[in-house]
Design a protein around this ligand. Structure first.
Ligand SMILES: [Ca+2]
Ligand SMILES: [Ca+2]
Ligand SMILES: [Ca+2]
Length: 239
């Protein structure tokens, strides 16, 4: 019976720690003159210096000592430094925490990013976007190389402007041999970004081929490809 009461007390104590704002009468007191009853005590359950009525300021998570104002923000989908923003300034160019990401844009005055790309019937316009060069159809194909080991290709996003009646589509291939990737089956065509590659291309694989096919509208307007990005990850972690 005594054991049962102790167990019950323990359960109540643990349950009481489940909330974020725990009122701990025995929490560490930072006030130098503490105990005289003149001011509220600093409630700092995780002992990171921050908490309700603590001199440095309040805590946004008083159950995690690694989260407090001034903490280093890391890419973990948590607001580490309690500024109300999550993973600010530490996300990758792909906007997430995946360190593997290829971004290709056909920006102002830049040459086409991949000199080995297979390009026919398309060219850069004055805005640096990829468009048909006057041909009714054209294409841009590039082969991306992942990490040294097997790569899991996750997603392709692209930005485009497609006039009514024109089309811009993406097909993908993946393979372990760059020289023979053209012999692999294609997936697509897709005309809506993004494409989730996890359920499409054979994964994992070392290489990924992306082919954008352009077709002008009946009145000759070209689709415009502004850029694309590919998100992927390495088996066994980022190298
Ligand atoms: Ca705290
Ligand atoms: Ca974070
Ligand atoms: Ca933050």
């Amino acid at each position: 019976m005594v054991l049962s009461r102790r167990l019950l007390s323990l359960v109540i104590a643990v349950a009481g720690c489940g909330g974020r704002n725990v009122d701990l009468g025995t929490a560490r007191t930072l006030d130098s003159g503490g105990g005289d009853g003149e001011g509220p005590e600093c409630a700092d359950a995780d002992r990171d210096g921050y908490g309700d009525d603590c001199a440095p300021g309040p805590d946004c998570d008083d159950l995690d000592a690694l989260r407090h104002p001034g903490a280093r923000e890391t890419c973990d989908e948590i607001d580490n430094d309690c500024d109300g923003m999550t993973d600010e300034a530490v996300r990758t160019t792909c906007g997430d925490c995946n360190a593997s990401c290829t971004t290709t844009s056909f920006g102002d005055g830049e040459p086409i990013a991949d000199p080995d790309a297979d390009i026919n019937g398309v060219a850069l316009d004055d805005d640096g976007d990829l468009v048909l060069d006057g041909s009714p159809t054209g294409g841009y194909a590039t082969v991306l190389t992942g990490c040294a080991g097997d790569t899991t290709w996750l997603r392709v996003d692209w930005e485009s402007t497609v006039p009514s009646g024109a089309s811009l589509t993406l097909t993908v291939r993946s393979g372990d041999d760059e020289a023979t990737i053209d012999a692999q089956p294609t997936y697509g065509p897709y005309d809506i970004s993004p494409v989730d590659l996890e359920g499409v291309a054979p994964n994992p694989s070392t290489y990924l081929q992306l082919t954008f096919d352009f077709a002008a509208s009946p009145v000759g307007q070209s689709p415009v490809l502004h850029g694309f990005k590919t998100v992927w990850e390495c088996e066994g972690g980022i190298e």
